[in-house]
Design a protein around this ligand. Structure first.
Ligand code: 6PG
Length: 233
């Protein structure tokens, strides 16, 4: 399904509302909820818009779909973005916030060890309620790039990704099978530069050529777009 919004701002505001509703529903059903966060401009805008949501933040588990493998606190890290835009402003339970290891963390500058550790953390996580994803101009999602080893990965749940075309070059990412463990996968993107990739992914492109095409939820796969990314002008 696709939802087209007038503007990037409306996309961020409406998606934040939609996310708050989905998380509250999960909490009502199970007592807890889980969400996978993304980096990027649209992802950051949605998190900022979520600050005002009425939610019981204490029972929400927060994961990341990918991370830029940089030192802790680096402004380019997706964790730093999420903390600045949302997590530093709402009463989350620290033990329920699950960032990927930084390059100066307990595994040092070893992205493979960081990826393996995150895979171990996810072993007991059967599903995510909502997985938020951005989309790149060439169709990457999380840090899974076209024709990269990570797009074909089916054995490991989390991988180190090197030589990424989008800086920084070293990243850690969930694989597509892990993303597909989510009940709801929301692909959020804006701007005319994304229109071709969005059209191809929604048109059934192969995930090897366009990884965003392989991001599907168990219950729901939602494209959340502005008019430009939907190619409506
Ligand atoms: C990252 C992201 C990446 C991002 C897309 C879209 O760490 O860079 O997780 O997948 O979501 O590149 O980014 P924009 O919304 O900024 O275009």
């Amino acid at each position: 399904m696709t939802v087209v919004h007038e503007s990037q701002d409306e996309l961020a505001a409406r998606t934040a509302d939609r996310l708050a509703t989905a998380l509250a529903e999960a909490q009502a059903a199970r007592g807890t909820a889980s969400v996978v966060l993304t980096g990027g401009r649209t992802g950051g805008a949605v998190l900022a818009a979520l600050r005002g949501a009425t939610l019981d933040w204490s029972t929400i588990d927060i994961y990341w779909g990918d991370e830029r493998f940089l030192p802790g606190g680096d402004p380019e890290r997706n964790e730093t973005l999420a903390r600045q835009e949302l997590l530093d402003h709402v009463p989350v339970s620290p033990q329920r916030v699950h960032p990927m290891a930084p390059s100066d963390g307990e595994f040092g500058d070893d992205p493979d060890a960081a990826a393996e550790a995150y895979a171990v953390l996810l072993r007991d996580v059967a599903s995510f309620d909502v997985c938020l994803l951005g989309v790149g101009e060439e169709g990457h999602t999380a840090s899974i790039f076209p024709h990269s080893p990570s797009v074909a990965e089916t054995a490991r749940a989390v991988v180190a990704v090197r030589d990424c075309p989008k800086p920084p070059p070293t990243r850690v990412s969930l694989t597509l099978p892990t993303i597909r463990r989510a009940e709801r996968v929301w692909l959020m993107t804006a701007g005319a530069a994304k229109a071709q990739a969005v059209a191809a992914a929604r048109g059934g492109a192969d995930e090897a050529d366009l990884p965003a095409a392989g991001a599907r939820g168990r219950q729901e796969t939602l494209w959340l777009l502005d008019k430009a990314a939907a190619g409506e002008y």
